[in-house]
Design a protein around this ligand. Structure first.
Ligand code: C5P
Length: 293
């Protein structure tokens, strides 16, 4: 796993990244600009609840960092999957398909089973409306909630401020560029930067608006990690075990690669949920993850 250490040299503060291949941290590679170049106050404390797992057992650490996407049409299909994955996985992502079909009530059985929920609603609307939706979501017992960075700084700031005073605020994650978008798809909506540049642009904007969590593809995770430092929560979809079906995802990596690049959490859907034996597929991914933790 990548590690980051704060280093002060010649009056400049830098985050220094150590990759696992760099024995005993002997050859640090500087991947981050001086802190005064960053678009946010990096001394701002990050609540402990917003940090990813500190488990020392690699297998348990892997379990706490794998999120299974419950992209299913209804509560009964979700229950079937939960029955099969209850003992193997602890985080589940509820996205638009399930939430629209079943409403907030779909979360209750997942919470009752003792699992943690990432509510992936990818909110994108005027600031007032998003702030209201964030306030409503904050009472549902979910621990992470997405909104589109492309909604702009005012929307992101309104969302963050809407959580002030919430008893158990979910961590807000700004979705940068969907992993299904490539340069052609971005061009089609008038964005002529390559995906990696657009991701970095949106991440800097999100940081400036006070967000510390991001969703990006495995191919940009190292660059976003360099911007957020170790406290950033980077949630990474587009994960495909080597040789697996790619489907509609464009910017993908294996579980081990994504973690080595600096991912906090991996989101995996179809490679687990559409496998003949979902628990076995999840086990294989956890084993690969544990191997690099
Ligand atoms: O089945 P698969 O592993 O491709 O599922 C990935 C999940 O991650 C889906 O639920 C998708 O909505 C979500 N996601 C994504 N790209 C993003 C954000 C979320 O694929 N940028």
């Amino acid at each position: 796993m990548l590690r980051f250490v704060k280093s002060v040299s010649a009056g400049r503060v830098e985050w220094v990244c150590f990759a696992p291949c760099m024995r005993q941290f002997s050859k640090p590679r500087r991947i981050r600009q001086a802190e005064d170049d960053l678009p946010y106050d990096s001394s701002m404390p990050i609540p402990a609840t917003q940090r990813h797992s500190a488990a020392t057992d690699p297998r348990e650490a892997a379990r706490q960092r794998l999120i299974v996407a419950l992209d299913v049409p209804d509560v009964s299909a979700a229950s079937v999957l939960l029955d099969r994955l209850d003992d193997t996985c602890s985080w589940f992502k509820v996205g638009l398909e399930l939430f629209v079909a079943g409403g907030p009530g779909v979360l209750e059985p997942i919470l009752r089973r003792g699992h943690r929920i990432f509510l992936d609603l990818k909110l994108h609307d005027i600031p007032n409306t998003v702030a209201g939706a964030v306030r409503s979501a904050a009472s549902l017992g979910v621990e992470m909630l997405t909104l589109h960075a492309a909604g702009g700084p005012a929307m992101l700031t309104a969302a963050r401020e809407a959580l002030a005073g919430a008893a158990r605020p979910p961590q807000l994650l700004a979705v940068t560029v969907l992993t299904s978008m490539d340069a052609g798809q971005l061009g089609a909506i008038g964005v002529n930067r390559p995906p990696a540049e657009q991701v970095a642009f949106l991440a800097r904007m999100g940081l400036a608006a006070g967000l510390r969590g991001f969703v990006c593809s495995p191919q940009e995770v190292a660059a976003v990690r360099a911007l957020t430092g170790p406290e950033g929560t980077l949630v990474i979809p587009g994960i495909r075990p080597a040789g697996g079906e790619v489907g509609d995802q464009k910017r993908i990596a294996t579980p081990a690669e994504a973690l080595q690049q600096g991912a906090s959490y991996l989101v995996v859907g179809r490679p687990i949920t559409q496998a003949p034996d979902p628990a076995k597929a999840a086990e294989a991914i956890l084993e690969e993850m544990a191997g690099v933790l």
